[in-house]
Design a protein. Structure first.
Length: 69
């Protein structure tokens, strides 16, 4: 829900943005992230294995991320 709201607001400001709550799509987006990309993530518990995997992949590729739990 938070990601989609952020998508709606940043899209209106002209930012290139994607939002997804599908773990497989998030992994693909994380693997394809290029330098200059910033990734926002959110989790109610902070224990979402799919989100943790995405963040680990982003960290390996030196892509900054902002996460809210």
């Amino acid at each position: 829900m938070i990601a989609h709201e952020l998508h709606n607001r940043l899209f209106r400001l002209g930012c290139r943005i994607n939002a997804s709550n599908d773990h497989n799509m998030n992994l693909m987006l994380s693997a394809a992230a290029q330098p200059g990309t910033i990734v926002f993530g959110s989790s109610f518990t902070g224990r979402d294995i799919g989100l943790v995997q995405c963040l680990q992949l982003l960290r390996q590729n030196s892509i900054p991320s902002i996460v809210m739990t």
